[in-house]
Design a binder for this molecule. Structure first.
Ligand SMILES: [Zn+2]
Length: 395
């Protein structure tokens, strides 16, 4: 089902998807199944099995909306026609996050719809656009959603047959930096030489964000304690698609660089498109700089550190204006206690392997579209760019 939450022409599909999911949970015996929303929000499914006397309640989360398809020509088969390869099913949204819906269904089926504890299933419909109504939704329906334990099935395993508990998220924030060097654009033949153009000045400024090894060079950012997982460079290269010969950035173990250290990137630049250039020195240019914030740091403080860096490192005395973007906090949990004990026993029983602890990239606040998890591993994941028409397909 093409349930693309970023495309309002898919709203009907998201409604149909919610109805299908509600019917699936009703079929397996969840006694209280509802499709709920708040004004302006996409429909979510909440299915509740009340806790037998004295038992705790677990909330199982997944989402039924998906990312846009991007350029259909980049797909080897139509995005919304599932295809099986080597015993695994591929298609847009199959892993992220309709597999989460199926996992919760399967868990309830395994108990013939009568689990020994209370179970509330919450299937959201707008995760891929940053859950703009989630806060409102939680406030409005808190009586239906309150639980002793929350389990989110919206991450990945460390490897195919290794079960994983995601215990930390990096935070995220951004700044837009604008550089002005001239009152107006001028001709390069007449003024080139002594005149700094804004784009070159901006490039020099952006180049100060990393040190020679590719580590983040912004002063004052924290790094979380190192983890134990060995994430090989070979595997990372294969999964990320970094072009052979291109150096990886930063130092230290790959897992730490991915999950426990800050990471700064240039997300976009506004300047003259190459095809429209003439011999003109640009007066003005701007860029959006994204910053992933390590667990344990504060996203607002980190954003301020980035803004200070951009002002302090302006080359040639050029005028720099920084607009700070939204920020979402990093998060780390201490994975101990009865719920984690139970999860480890269950995962070990199902996989025959001990669960490992991993981190993830974290999510954006507001309406910014998330660009996918840090460990995007499939070809489809890498092709999340949304160039080309984003047309919603009928079901
Ligand atoms: Zn997801």
């Amino acid at each position: 089902m093409p349930t693309i939450s970023a495309d309002d022409s898919c709203n009907q599909n998201i409604q149909l998807s919610a109805e299908l999911i509600a019917s699936l949970f009703t079929e397996i015996g969840q006694p209280r199944v509802e499709i709920l929303s708040v004004p302006g929000g996409k429909p979510a499914v909440v299915a509740r099995y009340p806790a037998p006397g004295g038992q705790p309640t677990i909330l199982l989360y997944a989402h039924h909306d998906v990312q846009p398809v991007g350029d259909p020509d980049d797909w080897t088969n139509p995005a919304f026609e599932p295809i099986e390869r080597d015993g695994r099913l591929f298609g847009r949204g199959t892993a992220d996050d309709k597999a989460g819906v199926v996992a919760h269904l399967a868990a309830l089926r395994a108990h013939d719809g009568q689990p020994p504890i209370g179970v509330t299933v919450f299937i959201e419909g707008e995760e891929e656009i940053g859950s703009p109504h989630l806060r409102q939704f939680l406030i409005r329906y808190q009586d239906k959603l309150s639980a002793d334990i929350i389990l989110l099935a919206d991450s990945q395993n460390y490897d195919l047959h290794i079960p994983s508990l995601t215990t930390s998220l990096r935070g995220t924030t951004s700044c837009i930096v604008e550089v002005r060097t001239l009152d107006q654009d001028v001709h390069s033949g007449t003024y080139g030489g002594p005149t700094p153009d804004a784009l070159t000045a901006l490039c020099r400024l952006l180049a100060t964000l990393h040190d020679e090894d590719g580590n983040t060079a912004i002063k004052g950012l924290l790094t979380a304690n190192a983890g134990a997982l060995d994430y090989s460079e070979e595997r990372f290269r294969s999964e990320s698609g970094v072009v052979p010969g291109v150096h990886l950035l930063g130092s230290g173990p790959i897992a730490d660089r991915l999950w426990r250290k800050p990471a700064v990137s240039v997300l976009g630049i506004d300047a003259c498109p190459v095809d429209e250039t003439s011999n003109v020195l640009k007066a003005h240019a701007r860029a959006k700089v994204g910053l992933r914030v390590a667990p344990g740091d504060d996203a607002i403080r980190a954003r301020q550190a980035l803004a200070r860096h951009l002002v302090a490192n302006a080359p040639w005395g050029v005028e720099v204006t920084v607009t700070e973007g939204s920020a979402s906090q990093p998060h780390a949990i201490e994975p101990t206690g009865a719920a984690f004990d139970a999860a480890r026993i269950a995962l070990r029983g199902a996989y025959g392997e001990d669960a490992v602890e991993i981190g993830a990239g974290g999510r954006d606040l507001g309406n910014q579209r998330r660009r996918g998890p840090q460990l995007a591993s499939s070809r489809a994941k890498r092709k999340r760019r949304t160039h080309g028409p984003r047309k919603c397909l009928p079901i």
